[in-house]
Design a protein around this ligand. Structure first.
Ligand code: KIV
Length: 273
């Protein structure tokens, strides 16, 4: 187990992967839930651009701006600072079109870190992002890549659908993941892909692989907090409503963490074949 005093860092996460300990990650957009989930012991808090849909009420994440991300990151960082116990790592999304060039990515990421308290930034996309990832990591900015169903490309993908089912798409995703790791990415999120593909990618990569709708054979799991708490109007199939099972947000978050660590989440019903 990691020390309860030390804040979670990229090295903590790498060590957890090496030791085969499952990593937990939840999204947060405000101080209250950030405090509760910090005290429950989650390793990573993600200020996701999903806030565009779950907080702002848009149909997609595309309208979200760097200023929106900064506002919510500051709220979350304040909640984390109020919490007792080990401090999670604060991961913040680079929103749509805020990292179209390495220069723009560095400017946006610098704002998220200096003004928003981000300790790692997340971006969506494969081989096309290698230059951006290299530029960011060369400046000491930890990067989490995101492959599979990448919501910022929803219009290109033709909807929120499982990705990587065809052989060529699966091989291409694996090549992309390896290229992103070589470029310096510290972590990878895989969204909505077949469980067998996620398992292959986890085995092929040295960096932690966190799944969402990617099956149980990942180094960790992430969920959107409104899905966990039963607050989403149309939760995706890969989510599980822990609040309905356990009654209170604190217990629901603790149950999620326990389930991931014990390998009980996800089950077949939350996985794709
Ligand atoms: O924005 C977000 O919340 C995310 C998760 C779904 C991984 O990217």
């Amino acid at each position: 187990m990691t020390s309860p005093q030390r804040p979670v860092s990229v090295t903590t996460l790498a060590a957890m992967k090496r030791r085969g300990e499952r990593i937990t990650c939840l999204t947060a957009y405000d101080a209250s839930l950030a405090r509760v989930m910090s005290e429950a012991g989650v390793e990573i808090i993600l200020v996701g651009d999903s806030l565009g849909m779950v907080v702002q009420g848009y149909d997609t994440t595309l309208p979200v701006t760097v200023d929106d991300m900064l506002y919510h990151s500051r709220c979350v960082a304040r909640g984390m600072a109020q919490a007792a116990g080990r401090e999670p790592l604060l991961l913040v999304d680079l929103p749509f079109m805020s990292y179209a060039t390495p220069e723009q990515a560095m400017h946006s990421a610098a704002r998220l870190m200096k003004e928003g308290g981000a300790q790692m930034v997340k971006l969506e996309g494969g081989a096309a992002q290698v230059d951006v990832v290299q530029a960011l990591t060369a400046q000491g900015i930890p990067v989490c890549a995101h492959l599979g169903l990448t919501p910022q490309s929803v219009h290109k993908l033709g909807g929120y659908k499982v990705q990587g089912r065809e052989t060529e798409a699966a091989e291409s995703m694996l090549r992309d993941a390896l290229a992103l790791q070589r470029a310096g990415a510290d972590m990878l999120i895989l969204e909505c892909i077949p469980s067998s593909l996620a398992a292959r990618m986890r085995a092929a990569l040295l960096i932690p692989v966190i799944g969402i709708g990617a099956g149980a054979d990942c180094d960790g799991q992430v969920l959107v907090i409104t899905d966990v708490l039963g607050l989403s109007a149309q939760p995706p199939r890969f989510a599980l409503d822990y609040a309905e099972l356990h009654g209170a947000p604190r217990q629901a978050i603790a149950a999620f963490i326990d389930d991931v660590r014990a390998g009980r989440f996800p089950q077949a019903a939350q996985c794709f074949s």
